[in-house]
Design a protein around this ligand. Structure first.
Ligand code: GTP
Length: 604
């Protein structure tokens, strides 16, 4: 198929606005899948995706479509995940596109993620095809949503298409519009082969599979390719296109999107954003894609150390399919040997952990998420030892003594919130409580408001999204992006049990919030730690200053006390159960702390 008859595009939408349903209808209309397959939403094929109803891993389909001019067009639909946390996968997918379908729910209208995705597309100079979905629903308000699109993005109302993905109405018009308004890819077939790796995942039998977008030339079976990043050379094993099932082809040409297998064994070899070319040729980098840095970090530990190797291998496999996750070795006196993982956001972390459990049967202990703080040292000896005067630290336990620190910095985000006007007061109060600073506030229309806030990342990673949803009966939406660091005033809050600090419980908090959090934590710990043979003093301290204190009274627990004599087996069973219970505890001096405590204590 000539380049002029290729179109590469994505569908971008707020979560639940119907992206997967529309993709299914497009595949059905073009005969790529049958109606029955469509109901299973073939593009969302991971278990987590089905359960949570969100698309996690971008998937792609090449479709052949006969346009009005009786010519067959090749449409490469590049699926993008649709949640706040996943903007990196969105921008990664957009690297192969010339346009996007901006899909908006005609009932709920423009949401925070619609705004974020629209800006991502615009930054890349992509053509935007505006489409309203769910017009079959009785209370849909297409006119109002079209007005909002015009007000927010200067979209011409005449260009907005209206569809019902569920009923399959208006789908043909969408495809025709894609062909008419999105330009064919700007590529040269006469030049040397060059392609961008924009996604990769792991196959048990074939190793890493790379999804590539070909910018120049052709690729044929039997050729050898070289990676620009590693300079390694690989013989091609298979070339295929996704329709959406894998379908082998003999060659791929510039403008196309395809899948290659070439014995790359892991994510160190198969690098998203890398350029590949034919062995020993000299070409320019195709990489217009920079990987995003993780924002949220958490420790992950096996429940007991015998599961260490199995957990490591499960994590490795997961990371092959998600190069945005970073991994470092970590250890803790209470939890043993483990790792510290970096994620793009909280949802990213939750999905990762859920997949680890579902797909790999792993049941790790995951510590509370934290952000990366930056500190500037003032102790010349430490500076010399480290070879630098600034440190980035995500693990509170590794913070140096305050006397060695000159300045503290914390990461910020720029948050976009869209809410019905009646909830504005409560949402502003929430943002102020989270140390947010309002940047702008505009009325989208009579009923809805768009606000932007600069917020410290640490204030939103735990429960901000949930709070926002519950304050607004689910109507407010939120999306955020990285906004650099700012100078701030932090302290390390240590928790002591009978005078001994517990590393896993220490936290970095804003100085103005230390006392409140200290009280909250000791209070919670009093509930979470079971009474034991000895009295336990729980103290929250900053340096040597005790900010809050609670005591758990000693108590002797004999589970067999209520059984007088008699039934030996019953007695044995109870003692055994008690022993089991003890195993799931961690010992601090002679105090037992249940595993869940480490996470539960941080929930507000
Ligand atoms: P993510 O993959 O998480 O971004 O969600 P999505 O945008 O792919 O949403 P999905 O296609 O899963 O649709 C969300 C819900 O909206 C589902 O329950 C669909 O059945 C429903 N839905 C999608 N399109 C329509 C439509 O045209 N009309 C109606 N009534 N419901 C629709």
């Amino acid at each position: 198929i000539p380049v002029e008859r290729i179109r590469n595009f994505s569908i971008i939408a707020h979560v639940d606005h119907g992206k997967s349903t529309l993709a299914d209808r497009i595949l059905e209309l073009t005969g790529a899948i049958t109606k029955q397959e469509g109901q299973h939403q073939v593009l969302d094929n991971l278990q987590v995706e089905r359960e949570r109803g969100i698309t996690v891993k971008a998937q792609t389909a090449s479709i052949f479509y006969k346009y009005k001019d009786q010519q067959t067009y090749l449409l490469n639909l590049i699926d993008t995940p649709g949640h706040v946390d996943f903007s990196n996968e969105v921008s990664r997918s957009l690297a192969a596109c010339d346009g996007v379908i901006l899909l908006v729910d005609a009932c709920h209208g423009v949401q925070a993620q619609t705004v974020a995705n629209y800006h991502l597309a615009k930054q890349r100079n992509l053509i935007v095809v505006p489409v309203l979905n769910k017009i079959d629903i009785k209370h849909a308000q297409p006119e109002k949503v079209i007005q909002d699109l015009q007000f927010l993005f200067q979209i011409d109302p005449k260009t907005v298409l209206q569809v019902s993905a569920k009923l399959g109405l208006g789908i043909k018009e969408v495809l025709n519009r894609v062909i008419e308004s999105i330009p064919p890819p700007q590529v040269q077939r006469e030049q040397e082969f060059r392609a961008l790796i924009f996604d990769s995942w792991f196959d048990k039998y074939r190793g890493a599979l790379n999804l590539i977008y070909i910018l120049n030339g052709h690729l044929e079976q039997g050729q050898e390719i070289q990676s620009m990043a590693t300079k390694k050379i690989y013989p091609l094993k298979t070339i295929s296109i996704l329709r959406p099932k894998e379908c082998d082809v003999k060659s791929l040409s510039a403008g196309q999107v395809g899948l290659i297998a070439c014995n790359m064994r892991n994510s160190k070899e198969s690098i998203i954003g890398d350029t590949i070319y034919l062995k020993n040729q000299i070409v320019q980098s195709a990489g217009n894609y920079t990987p995003q840095k993780p924002l949220v970090f958490a420790g992950i530990f096996p429940v007991d150390q015998s599961k260490h190797v199995a957990l490591r291998s499960a994590i490795d496999k997961m990371i092959l399919n998600d190069s945005a996750v970073t991994l470092m070795v970590d250890s803790s006196p209470a939890l043993g040997q483990g790792w510290r993982l970096g994620f793009l956001g909280l949802l990213h972390m939750e999905v990762f952990c859920q997949r680890l459990e579902q797909e790999h049967n792993a049941e790790p202990i995951i510590t509370a998420p934290s952000v990366t703080y930056r500190i500037v040292l003032n102790n010349p000896r430490m500076i010399k030892q480290m070879g630098k005067n600034t440190l980035d630290i995500s693990n509170a336990a590794l913070f140096p003594e305050p006397s060695n620190i000159k300045e503290y910095y914390e990461p910020l985000v720029m948050g976009t919130i869209i809410t019905p006007s009646e909830y504005v007061g409560q949402i502003i109060a929430l943002c102020i409580d989270r140390r947010g600073v309002q940047q702008s506030s505009i009325n989208i229309d009579e009923t809805r408001i768009l606000m932007t806030y600069v917020l410290p990342l640490s204030e939103i990673i735990l429960d901000f999204h949930d709070r926002l949803k519950s304050l607004s009966s689910g109507y407010a939406s939120f999306s955020y992006e990285d906004h650099g660091y700012h100078l701030t005033n932090l302290v390390r809050l240590d928790i002591h049990l009978n005078g001994r600090p517990v590393e896993e419980l220490c936290r970095i908090v804003h100085a103005t919030k230390a006392t409140g959090i200290a009280r909250q934590m000791v209070h919670k710990l009093k509930d979470l730690i079971p009474r034991q043979m000895v009295q336990i003093a729980i103290q929250a301290c900053v340096g040597s200053k005790v900010l809050a204190r609670e005591t758990i009274k000693a108590y002797r627990k004999d589970v067999t006390a209520k059984l007088y004599g008699g039934d030996v087996t019953r007695r044995m069973k109870l003692l055994r159960q008690q022993a089991e219970g003890k195993k799931k505890m961690r010992m601090f001096a002679n105090i037992r702390v249940p595993h869940e405590t480490f996470i539960n204590v941080l929930k507000r």
